[in-house]
Design a protein around this ligand. Structure first.
Ligand SMILES: CC(C)(COP(=O)(O)OP(=O)(O)OC[C@H]1O[C@@H](n2cnc3c(N)ncnc32)[C@H](O)[C@@H]1OP(=O)(O)O)[C@@H](O)C(=O)NCCC(=O)NCCS
Length: 179
């Protein structure tokens, strides 16, 4: 069987900067379907203004195929989730998506690795994220990347079951004084 590494050998993975930000914007517009390009451009520019935030994009030639966004600054846990003290002020994987036509080739896994490497370089020991429990792609991707579920909760707004998961590096251990 072909190994995933071989399946993505044509892909390039790049940091998003002022020069290639339009690739991120166009890809997000394509994946989201309905969003306004100008709004997405403003959102992307605002997101990348902070040195504590990073986005990476995957490309096949000039075609953008996937992206990931990660933040280092303190991010509030989603509304309705239990308190997990040691998940504040750690790296938060905010968003990941791969264009439908390019899924199943290991692109998301490679994007996750890029985001994690950057977080580690910035001295972080933990990356956390949350996801919809019924999103099979997300469930499998995060499991395959070594994330462990820490809590399950019902999203306060949409009333949907979500999970908080994290990956710990450098033998850093999860501690939670409130649960
Ligand atoms: C989830 C998503 C990012 C996965 O992207 P992808 O490039 O297809 O994922 P990969 O090819 O890197 O797969 C990584 C692992 O997850 C598994 N996987 C990915 N999608 C899967 C699916 N729909 N069903 C079952 N397993 C899946 C792969 O088999 C692979 O497992 P392995 O490492 O054991 O071989 C993509 O489906 C997507 O963009 N979905 C819409 C946006 C989204 O849901 N983002 C997550 C929000 S929290």
């Amino acid at each position: 069987m072909e190994r995933p590494e071989n399946k993505i050998k044509e892909s390039k993975f790049n940091e998003i900067n002022d020069e290639n930000i339009s690739k991120l914007v166009e890809l997000r517009a394509k994946i989201n379907g309905d969003k306004n390009l100008e709004d997405l451009q403003r959102e992307a520019e605002k997101y990348l203004k902070s040195k504590d935030r990073k986005a990476f994009i995957s490309q096949e030639g000039e075609i953008a195929t996937g992206f990931v966004q990660i933040k280092l600054e303190e991010t509030e846990l989603p509304e309705g989730s239990p308190n997990i003290d040691d998940l504040t002020n750690l790296a938060h994987l905010a968003r990941i998506a791969v264009d439908e036509g390019y899924r199943g080739k290991g692109i998301a896994k490679k994007l996750m690795q890029q985001a994690e490497e950057w977080a580690k370089e910035q001295g972080k020991h933990v990356v956390w994220l949350d996801y919809l429990a019924t999103n099979e792609g997300a469930v499998q991707l995060y499991k395959s990347c070594g994330y462990k579920d820490l809590a399950e909760f019902t999203d306060a707004k949409k009333k949907k079951l979500r999970r908080v998961a994290a990956k710990y590096f450098n033998n850093y251990e999860h501690t939670n004084s409130r649960t």
